[in-house]
Design a binder for this molecule. Structure first.
Ligand code: HEC
Length: 171
């Protein structure tokens, strides 16, 4: 699927058009099994999260191993902030456990939809923390970069995962 390729190959491009790409996928007609929209939605959000993870790796390598440049790491943080703005869209289709099992390795918990506002608030935190991280990465202040990188992982990612993401699934 085109979107999948774009997300994988160049997170930045997909994100620039993220809102549109995301919503057109969600309204695709259900497939023969009747769960097409849910299965597509689960794949969509996993792709979005993978793009977040890929950008996080660029930042972590810069902060921990001085790989790449500050500008590249800062741009990766900006991309995560952009993906964060698509979180309401990519998660809006609720999928039952049975439906999500068809996709495999699903880790979204049901409380995402029973506590939708709380979930969206975590997306907002990610957006704000990403903006702060992007700015500080360009500051050249190593101490401030380390501190915000730690905060970003804890609040930006962990703050959502610990409540709304289930345990790792084998297979
Ligand atoms: C608003 C909530 C939220 C935030 C913020 C968030 N995540 Fe996630 N993330 C999830 C959920 C829910 C899943 C499980 C998705 C699924 O399997 O349906 C997930 C899954 C993932 C995955 C696995 C994707 C896959 O299927 O292979 C990675 C990697 C990931 N997140 C990285 C990150 C990183 C890095 C950050 C911070 C920069 C972050 N996430 C921030 C909710 C969030």
């Amino acid at each position: 699927m085109l979107r999948k390729t774009i997300f994988a190959a160049a997170g930045s491009l997909a994100i620039a058009a993220g809102g549109l790409l995301v919503s057109d996928n969600l309204v695709q007609p259900a497939q023969a099994d009747g769960h097409g929209a849910q299965v597509a939605a689960v794949k969509e959000r996993q792709e979005a999260m993978k793009a977040v993870g890929g950008n996080m790796k660029i930042i972590a390598e810069f902060v921990k191993d001085s790989k790449g440049t500050a500008a590249e790491a800062s741009a990766a943080a900006t991309k995560i902030g952009e993906i964060a703005t698509a979180i309401p869209d990519v998660f809006k289709v609720e999928a039952t456990l049975e439906e999500m099992d068809k996709v495999g390795k699903n880790r979204s918990k049901a409380n995402i939809w029973s506590d939708w506002d709380g979930f969206l608030a975590r997306g907002k935190v990610l957006e704000e923390e990403a903006a702060k991280l992007s700015a500080v990465l360009n500051s050249g202040d190593a101490g401030a970069i380390q501190a915000q990188f730690a905060n970003f992982g804890k609040e930006g990612c962990g703050g959502c995962h610990k409540t709304y993401r289930g345990p790792k699934v084998d297979g």
